[in-house]
Ligand binder design. Sequence first.
Ligand SMILES: [Zn+2]
Length: 252
Amino acid sequence: MGLFRTKAIVLRSINLSETDKLVTFMTDHYGKVKCVAKGARKIKSQFIGSLEAMSYIHLIYFGKENQNLFRLNHADIIQSFQSIRDDFHKLYMGIYFNELVDTMVPEAHREEDIYHLLLDALETLKDQSNVEPLCRMFEMRLLALSGYTPELNHCMVCKSLRGNGWVGFNFSKRGIVCGNCTNQAPPQIKFTTGTLNYLKKLLTLDIKCCGRLKFPKGLDEEIEKVTHRLILTHVGRELKSYPFIKNMAAVE
Ligand SMILES: [Zn+2]
């Protein structure tokens, strides 16, 4: 039996029985980890308040190495991110970030960069009022860190550099396609050079500087069509939390 200590973000927490919870964490040292939290539903539980989705904690758990399910020993809050939970739009976006990580990261793979991306995204979400560029950036960066960076510099088929004018994009090839190669890889969407430049920025800009990024009216939907469909193509289905974000955006 080993005892594991690491920093972690709570991805989700579900009820396992009348007294216990099953909690999924994204950890700094051990990748994605699932733990049973014995007695976490009891009123006097030591875990009360520290196992809410998005909480950033010091985590101690134990079990045999290479097993799938561990026992939670200790959870101490570093940052609760309560202000995200107090704002519905931010709450759903945080849940979407968590769900994306939970869906795209397999268990027991050390994924330090993805852990830091999630932590930076929650820090930024806490302080930002303009959250759409952050959402697009998170989608693009998570794809890139998972090994699925879209090709935005040259044609996926013939490798020629892009000409001027409209840009064609093929989702299954995950990149731009020039006018000569549309037979081999028909573009499923065409967008402007302006959108292309924003997509490149989403891949390179420091996520903490995301507040500087403002999409011009009209381009925001085009950029979402590209980044979110890349996610759908990769994951193969819509994520449960996404319609909530869309509904919140429509209300505002
Ligand atoms: Zn080409």
